[in-house]
Design a protein around this ligand. Structure first.
Ligand code: FAD
Length: 294
């Protein structure tokens, strides 16, 4: 891609997930090694649905922070924990030098029927954000849904809820993934109209595997354009799925940049190659270090 006069090199950030076994640990480590030279603004580590990765998330966040000195944002949810337990987890992040939290209501454990607050726990994300903001220890980021959260009544109610999250003390929002830049722009306009002036950072999902991504999109309420489905069907038949993934993701990002976006958050799935190639195409190049040239 050649950069147009209007586009600037974006600020980038990455999402990782905590490893569940030794092989996955090596994969995460390789991913961090490959992407950290791109100088991300922050990197985040998810918290398993139902609060299932409490210790693993903490260990991954602390280890990456200690070894790479990256600015870490730990995901934290309200699920399956009392208020005291949740705040103790947050405090354990502050103790190892982590200053950012992605504060979420969270997905319930697999097999359960929707979110039910833990007795003694936070009832929703707003209560969590308020309590974390009261500690004065963290910059808080929250989730946002350009095509509305599946539980929201309508888009207006969803945007209004996001405004309440920002007013409760959040610094910025990271969106659910989407496939067309206009989806993001419509949402950004609705946020501005509702009086939200905090940064809304687009969440970008590089497509590692089209069938898996399409199924995931349907579960999240992300609409799947027919043209994209057709393009992947053709590319797969010609053994060119990887090439299309890089082109599609780079084009989506450059459309966003041309529309004034300055920050991009990549859902890496702990696989560095596609994210790295897209970043390079956008002009985000490795910062040389002694380790790189030795
Ligand atoms: P909220 O914003 O609190 O709620 C979602 C929507 O539901 C609201 O926008 C609103 O429309 C409606 N709603 C909820 N409560 C009310 C209420 N009391 N009154 C009116 N409307 C209400 N899940 C994990 O388990 N672990 C993770 O690490 C994780 N990381 C994520 C990172 C990002 C960037 C995003 C976008 C999502 C992530 N999720 C994660 C998924 C998230 O937990 C789910 O989407 C969850 O169902 C909603 O969490 P939230 O904090 O975004 O919800």
């Amino acid at each position: 891609m050649t950069q147009t006069a209007q586009t600037k090199t974006p600020n980038i950030s990455f999402e990782f997930f905590p490893p569940q076994n030794l092989e996955a640990s090596f994969r995460l480590w390789d991913t961090v090694r490959a992407l950290s030279p791109l100088d991300p603004t922050f990197v985040s580590v998810t918290y398993g649905a139902g609060g299932t990765t409490r210790e693993l998330t903490h260990d991954a966040v602390a280890t990456i922070h200690k070894n790479y000195g990256l600015n870490m944002a730990a995901h934290l949810t309200c699920v399956s924990a009392t208020r005291e337990e949740t705040l103790a987890i947050a405090n354990s992040y502050a103790e190892v030098g982590v200053t950012e939290i992605v504060a979420l209501r969270g997905d319930p454990p697999k097999g359960s029927d929707g979110f039910a607050p833990h007795p003694g726990g936070f009832n929703n994300s707003i209560e969590l954000i308020e309590a974390l903001a009261d500690t004065g220890k963290f910059r808080l980021r929250v989730g946002a849904y350009p095509e509305k959260h599946p539980e929201a009544r309508d888009t207006a109610a969803d945007v209004e809820f996001l405004k309440r999250k920002i007013d409760a003390g959040a610094h910025s929002a990271i969106t659910q993934f989407f496939f067309e830049a206009d989806t993001f722009f419509r949402f950004r306009d609705a946020c501005v109209k509702a009086g939200i002036d905090a940064p809304i950072i687009p969440g970008i999902l590089p497509i590692e595997n089209w069938k898996g991504t399409r199924n995931f999109a349907r579960r999240c309420g992300t609409s799947v354009p027919q043209w994209l489905d057709d393009a992947f069907e053709n590319a797969t038949a010609q053994g060119q799925e990887g090439l299309l993934s890089t082109a599609q993701c780079t084009e989506l990002c450059s459309d966003l940049l041309e529309g004034g976006v300055e920050d991009l958050h990549f859902y890496t799935l702990n696989k560095p190659a596609l994210t790295r190639d897209v970043c390079h195409a956008l002009g985000v190049t490795p910062k040389a270090s002694l380790e790189n040239v030795a």
